[in-house]
Design a protein around this ligand. Structure first.
Ligand code: TPP
Ligand code: MG
Length: 320
């Protein structure tokens, strides 16, 4: 497992890039520029980054309605993502998909998904494809706690288990599915316990600790690549913002949010890098500065991009 300084700094950079992307996306939304609803990933960055740090471009991910972080962690470009949010022709889907449909098959991003648990079957299919072609590719399927109460979750886990598919199911348990507290909606305390039904490993990790996620998903990816079949990883985390941008959050109290803010993953990892890895604070400040510039340029690119041409409406409807 690569824990070199370069790798650790890459993880920090990715997490911070997600945070800044979301901060900018909220601003754009509040300016009335974003087409459609939007769900941000603020506070959950360690899950996507820890998990995707085990993958390369040939591997696959499937994502959710809260998908910006997954895309960035897998190598998605922030300028094309910002343009997509604004419905511009230069966006990932030529402005026709928006926040919940960002995809980049070239680097294995098989799409964000507005259907809760919609990525489950796609990830199992990607795993089946890799297995049939005899490659060592793996697929990571991201989904929320709420998604584990959908039939698709159980069908995909069962099928992946009986066929030993190279899929790592990563549940982001952020304590709520929309306004519903997970503890009232789940029949089990830990989602990971559901792995028992499919006779696959089920592991709970601290979803606000990027290294904890990196290690657990790393083990599962290794197992998947070697033909050992799927795993279920439950990352306990928290979304610091509302379910959607504009959510008044009346279903949770400020003390709870404050308690989780103290555990937020980026500051925590920064402290670890400085205190335990001997990384200079100035190096981190330099990364932050460069990211600020990158995001500013991405927003400018998006705002200055043209709307899609009317003709593209009929393109990409059917595959070749
Ligand atoms: C099949 C389906 N049912 C309901 C919805 C409406 N919906 C959108 S997000 C959401 C909550 C999902 O919760 P969770 O899976 O925990 O993800 P989180 O939003 O917490 O990241 C619901 C019910 C939907 N989009 N798709
Ligand atoms: Mg949830």
């Amino acid at each position: 497992m690569d824990k070199s300084k370069d790798k650790l700094l890459e993880m920090y950079e990715k997490m911070k890039k997600i945070r800044l992307f979301e901060d900018n996306a909220i601003k754009l939304f509040n300016q009335g520029l974003v087409r459609g609803p939007m769900h941000v990933y603020t506070g959950e960055e360690a899950v996507a980054v820890g998990a995707c740090s085990n993958l390369n471009d040939a591997d696959y991910i499937t994502s959710t309605h809260r998908g910006h972080g997954h895309c960035i962690a897998k190598g998605g470009k922030v300028d094309k993502m910002a343009a997509e949010l604004l419905g511009r022709g230069t966006g990932y889907c030529k402005g026709k998909g928006g926040s919940m449909h960002i995809a980049d098959p070239e680097i294995g991003i098989l799409g964000a998904n507005g259907i809760v648990a919609g990525g489950m079957g796609i990830a199992a299919g990607a795993g089946l494809s890799a297995k049939m072609r005899g490659t060592d590719q793996a697929a990571i399927c991201f989904f929320g706690d709420g998604a584990t109460n959908e039939g698709a979750f159980h069908e995909a886990l069962n099928m992946a288990a009986i066929w030993d598919l190279p899929v790592v199911f990563v549940c982001e348990n952020n304590l709520y599915g929309l306004t519903g507290p997970a503890e009232e909606m789940l029949s089990v305390k830990d989602v990971a316990a559901r792995a028992t039904s499919y006779d696959i490993p089920g592991v709970v990790v601290d979803g606000n600790d990027v290294l904890d996620v990196y290690e657990a998903v790393g083990e599962a990816v290794k197992r998947a690549r070697q033909g050992g079949g799927p795993s279920l990883i439950e990352a306990k985390t928290y979304r610091l913002k509302g379910h959607f941008v504009g959510d008044p959050c009346v279903y949770r109290d400020d003390e709870e949010v404050e308690m989780w803010r103290k555990k937020e993953p980026i500051k925590r990892f920064k402290k670890h890098l400085i205190d335990n890895e001997g990384i200079d604070e100035e190096i981190i400040a330099e990364i932050d500065k460069n990211l600020e510039k990158e995001l500013k340029a991405a927003v400018k690119f998006a705002k200055e991009s043209p709307d899609p041409e009317i003709e593209v409406v009929f393109e990409d409807v059917f595959s070749d």
